[in-house]
Design a protein around this ligand. Structure first.
Ligand code: UGA
Length: 439
């Protein structure tokens, strides 16, 4: 099938590449000409395992191309996806101006003799589909035939290609049988269960899913505080409750809290949506509060041990919001480093993929960035593990002990084994496991 995707950000680019991989002809549209040129030449602006190969293979096969022209995309596609950003506003609500602009731009190039399915893939508040439909209707030519469909995306950064190629489910919200038939055909090669809903429900599924996952994380993080206060082990507790199929073990890893470009924004958006609808979802405010307190508790435990942070040399491993990505948006690690710097500590940090972004966005100019985990630890009075990179779990611990000024490790992602660390003579603190400092 012929399809186009407007917006070559994370969701648009990975979706486009994967649709091409299963045999569709895909046009990715982006208004940034430099990005378009780089992508057409096979250069990927983000680090995402496996993506570069998929893009290069499909560009070479002629199934994937990039353009800055919406008209080109809409003209050559039965299905037109919208995958532009929906950033947060100061009050947590969603800025839908990119979506609205794209809807007008699509309307301007729709030809009356061409039926098109306009699919919203961006994360949007419930009822946005209606607005997109009205906008295209208002700005389109008389007789333009189109339907609007909601098709939320559930990929995770770091395993986006695999998530897209093997989805748990495809959600399609549509009130048109004609649009639905095309969408089903489009997704046939993925051989995944398809859930058909109305548009409002499809839009709501995305915010409800992300909020539920964040709730799971905050739940186990709250349990981790109780474990620290009582001497229980949060990992055993997570295993014990996670073995119940009704609960499941996924997303029950305690740590410094969730970050990234999705959860913080989407939870705030869902709270704002519920308030606008007159049914405030107050539980989610507690989810946010617990997430915030996790970092505060960690800092408190660091202060309990180091006493005064001013002029202390602290190493931080990990800058990205999670492992296997170069994304530093709403990274808990960056927030933690800002806290440390505000208290006068000297921070030396290392991340396998995130340092270029940290440098270019100048988020923590006071921190020194170095080229390896051990170099960061050199002479440090404490080491903080802030991101769950596999690389950190493989560091030679004897060498680490010799490299640090004092063998003090604060593991914010429960990456290392407390028993091993104890045997090797480290003073080791982690989240919700015996040995963690009571706050
Ligand atoms: C999340 C969702 O998992 C995707 O399904 C969704 O499509 C995406 O948002 C989106 O809305 O676009 P992502 O933000 O890439 O994906 O990353 P996750 O793997 O969900 O991790 C989010 C944060 O939660 C990270 O900071 C991670 O370290 C943290 N986390 C995750 C925990 O602290 N504990 C866990 O058990 C799992």
């Amino acid at each position: 099938m012929d399809l186009s995707i407007i917006g070559s950000g994370y969701v648009g680019l990975v979706s486009g590449a994967c649709f091409a991989e299963v045999g569709h002809n895909v046009i990715c549209v982006d208004n940034d000409q430099r990005k378009v040129d780089a992508l057409q030449a096979g250069r990927i602006p983000i680090y995402e395992p496996g993506l570069e190969e998929v893009v290069q293979r499909n560009v070479a096969a002629g199934r994937l191309r990039f353009t800055n022209s919406i008209e080109d995309g809409v003209d050559h596609s039965e299905v037109v996806f919208i995958a532009v950003p929906t950033p947060p506003q100061a009050d947590g609500s969603v800025d839908l101006s990119y979506i609205e602009r794209v809807a007008r731009e699509i309307a301007a190039v729709l030809k009356p003799e061409q039926y098109r399915v306009v699919v919203d893939k961006s994360t949007v508040p419930v009822k946005t589909g209606d607005k997109v439909y009205e906008t295209i209707k208002r700005y389109g030519k008389k007789g333009a035939e189109f339907d609007v469909v909601s098709n939320p995306e559930f990929l995770r950064e770091g395993c986006a290609v695999d998530d897209l190629m093997h989805p748990d489910r495809i959600v399609i919200g549509s009130k048109s049988d004609r649009a639905l038939a095309l969408m089903k055909k489009l997704y046939e090669p993925f051989m995944a269960p398809i859930l058909v809903t109305d548009i409002n429900s499809a839009e709501l599924i995305k915010h409800a899913a992300n909020s539920f996952l964040a709730l799971k994380i905050s739940y186990i993080n709250a349990v981790s505080a109780i474990c620290e206060a009582s001497g229980a082990d949060v990992e055993k507790v997570a295993d014990g409750i996670g073995m119940d199929k009704r609960i499941g073990r996924n997303f029950l890893n305690a740590g410094l809290g969730y970050g990234g470009s999705c959860f913080p924004k989407d939870i705030a958006a869902f709270i704002a949506i519920s308030e606008q609808l007159g049914v405030p979802f107050t539980l989610l405010k507690e989810v946010e509060r617990i997430n915030q307190s996790q970092r505060e508790r960690f800092l408190k435990s660091l202060r309990n041990t180091l006493w005064i942070l001013r002029d202390k040399k602290i190493a931080v491993w990990g800058l990205t919001f999670k492992g296997d990505t170069d994304d530093i948006r709403s990274s808990v690690s960056i927030e933690l480093i800002k806290d440390l710097i505000a208290e006068g500590a000297h921070v030396t940090a290392y991340d396998p993929k995130g340092m270029d972004n940290v440098r270019s966005f100048k988020l923590i100019p006071e921190a020194k960035l170095v080229n390896s985990a051990l170099e960061a630890a050199q002479g440090a009075e404490a080491l903080i593990i802030a991101t769950e990179w596999h690389e950190f779990a493989k560091v030679d611990l004897n060498q680490l002990k010799e490299t640090l000024h004092s063998p003090l490790v604060f593991d914010g992602r429960n990456l290392l084994d407390p028993v091993t660390m104890h045997h090797l003579g480290f003073q080791y603190h982690s989240i919700g496991r015996p040995g963690a400092t009571k706050s």
